[in-house]
Write a protein that binds this ligand. Sequence first.
Ligand code: GLU
Length: 281
Amino acid sequence: MVEYVGRFAPSPTGPLHFGSLVAALASYMEARAAKGKWLVRMEDLDRPREQPGTTDDILRALERLGLGWDGPVLYQSARAERYRGVLGDLLARGFAYPCACTRRELEDSALALDGARIYPGTCRAGLPADKPARAIRLRTHDAPIGFADAIQGWMEQRVESEVGDFVLRRADGIVAYQLAVVLDDMDQGVTHVVRGADLLDSTCRQIHLQRLLGARLPHYAHVPVAVNAAGEKLSKQTGARPLDLSDPQRELARARRFLGQSEDRWDLARVPRARSLAPGG
Ligand code: GLU
């Protein structure tokens, strides 16, 4: 019986770069060390931000790096019906509600840690007359939600006051990451989530949803995010260079060093307890 199911869930907004390699490698090594499964899932819901061909580029890069996955790749874009079904159910049970607020109308609300506005609850008790529904939000509560992260330690959040009722379906009709990731992890039987610490602040929201949906809670380990000298997360937008796939061993060695690992052994306890780090050469 497999007791460990891990995953790597890239968003195909650009080719694999050093930052995504770090998340891929850490989740892969943990799964292999536990003799578990390692799944790959394409988080391709945000079609407008997607570059054609990127999905295949990412898969070819993983192959080239020797990071072989188990089973078929799951594409979020193929799961619209599942997401819609759960949204309808959450609405029917009163856990979610339609919201008419525009971005502009929320401009006066305080900022959450992730830079989004803390939702003040305007449409909680019902849509204002004459205003059409735009997004769908989840009704949150303020009892603290906590979890023990295997790298970062104990994390806790009061979701209602620190985030607010968050979006499950955006005004453009696209299902929000928070809902998709929870349903995918649940349906794929993921037991261990190893990913970048930029998602640490999303985890309590995800746990709130998992509890509502009766999911088994996965274990979490958030590895430091690779940042540039200015402290910005490495990404295509911040000018991260694509991986040099002509020398995969060199890129892997660099990622291993970033994760605090020796050449020959994987040990999660050696991963630096930091939310972000600038990689060395
Ligand atoms: N798709 C997300 C990203 O590329 C990762 C989601 C997750 O691991 O939960 O940042």
